[in-house]
Design a protein around this ligand. Sequence first.
Ligand SMILES: [Cu+2]
Length: 122
Amino acid sequence: MKNTTIFAIFVILLLGVGIFFFTEKGSSAEVQSQKGDVQKITLGMQNYNYYPNTINVKEGQPVEITLDSSVKGCYRSFTIRDLGVVKYSKTEQDTIKFTPNKKGTFRFACSMGMGYGTIVVQ
Ligand SMILES: [Cu+2]
């Protein structure tokens, strides 16, 4: 019984170290320009609007927004006018990529302005 516990702990530790190295490698591959990792955000839909409704990102660091499958119709047409983002995301794989180039609080919305939220660039 004790041996099993020790073995289990050993496996968990190994996994932990493995994941650590894996993520380290992953991030260094992304950081070609030393600007940092891609900021990945997934938006869904709740009460006829985007959820979460406020996005916080860092300036000068690439952002990748995924609209999950709960987002339908014109809500898939995603815009952040102040940041020059206008993109129709056909599927979950069709992500919205951009790099915020200025600080501030901006509005994101579907192309018709029915659904909307706030993106804070710091
Ligand atoms: Cu709309």
